[in-house]
Design a protein around this ligand. Structure first.
Ligand code: F0G
Length: 354
């Protein structure tokens, strides 16, 4: 059967009917890549897998939620969608709105958006408003606008977003033939951890003997770790701009996922994030964005802390939520610079070091 996106594939698990217009870019069906070098390198004697969500049509997991949110908005005859975003949500909302032929308004924190994400939003003809505040401020404005005007909010407080995003857990279960033992993932506004947990619970409920429940291991950036600190952070900071969030909308459900699964929500420093970001690109050939690398940084931290001495080894899935090409500036400024070489064979051979 030709793959036509996640709504067609998982229709029976989603709140859609035959009359829902399906707005799709064939999102989902992303690769689950088994790590070949990382386990040995970090001293983890289990199996590590990457769910490479950067392979979605706009380069991040947001497309899973957006196919649902925009389809339902069109079904409800909405003509405008709005979101606040650290970048990826706006890129995805703009693309799906363009495909649906409706208007998209995005509110982004000034100067803190990776260029690739901004380029997507403008190319898809969204109305992009850079506000001189952070993501949390932007989300408050977007919520208020959607309450006062006929505009549909497509942030993850929109329940259809969560419904679409939970399908990634189904795919992992199907690819492995079982649920993983651990899922490591970034936490920002906390919609995605909420969605994955819902997805794992759906499969567990449908076939409990086949699909157990993984431990949910969520990681915030140290400068933007409100759930870990136990209070909102007024001025969140981190190099991982996608998760530069001080007051997550899905705070409570993220804690629910952590507690019900016997997992953790912890923090990783920018240095740990950057190291994981480089390692996975250099040793596995997988280029993800910095926020995504916090999942791997979390796994490395827990290996170092000896967590797996007391907990069973097994299968750990790291969610790589967005593609590294979203933010080439961060990549180039954190990697070795290209050597400048004169255009003659001798100099080139010398530079290679033969
Ligand atoms: N990873 C990436 C690449 C993201 O863009 C985000 C969130 C997250 C992880 C965290 O997911 O918010 O569900 O906990 N980005 C949002 C945005 C906030 O506006 O693009 P979460």
């Amino acid at each position: 059967m030709i793959y036509k996106g996640l709504i067609e594939k998982y229709r029976k698990f989603l709140p859609v009917s035959d009359s829902t217009p399906v707005i799709s870019l064939n999102e989902g069906n992303t690769p689950l890549i088994k790590a070949s070098n990382l386990p040995q390198q970090i001293g983890f004697n289990g199996e590590i897998y990457f769910k490479f969500e950067g392979m979605n049509p706009t380069g991040s997991f947001k497309d899973r939620g957006m196919t649902m949110a925009v389809s339902k908005a069109v079904e409800a005859e909405s003509k405008v969608v709005i979101c606040a975003s650290t970048g990826n949500t706006s890129a995805s909302a703009a693309a799906y709105a363009a495909r649906a032929g409706i208007k998209c308004v995005v509110l982004i924190p000034e100067g803190k958006i990776a260029l690739g994400k901004l380029s997507q939003a403008v190319m898809h003809k969204a109305e992009v408003l850079e506000i001189n505040g952070n993501f949390d401020d932007a989300l408050n404005f977007a919520k208020e606008l959607s309450e006062k005007y006929p505009i549909t909010l497509v942030n993850s407080v929109n329940p259809y977003r969560i419904e679409g995003q939970k399908t990634a857990a189904y795919e992992i279960c199907e690819s492995l033939g079982e649920a993983p033992d651990y899922q490591f993932m970034p936490v920002g506004n906390a919609g995605n951890i909420t969605a994955y947990w819902k997805g794992y619970k759906d499969y567990n409920k449908a076939e409990p003997s086949k699909y157990a429940l993984p431990k949910m291991m969520g990681f915030q950036a140290a400068g933007s770790a409100p759930i870990v600190e136990g209070h909102p952070i007024a001025n969140p900071e981190t190099i991982a701009t996608a998760i530069r969030i001080g007051n997550p909308a899905s705070w409570k459900t993220a804690e629910g996922a952590r507690d019900e699964s016997n997992g953790v929500i912890d923090k990783v420093t920018d240095e740990e994030i950057l190291e994981a970001y480089r390692i996975v690109a250099a040793t596995e050939g997988v280029f993800c964005e910095t926020a995504s690398a916090s999942s791997i940084a979390g796994l490395i931290k827990y290996v170092k802390q000896g967590y797996f001495k007391n907990n069973k080894l097994g299968k750990a899935v790291c969610i790589l939520t967005g593609h590294g090409l979203k933010d080439p500036d961060t990549a180039v400024s954190n990697a070795v610079k290209p050597k400048k070489v004169k255009a003659n064979m001798k100099d080139i051979i010398d530079a290679i070091g033969f």
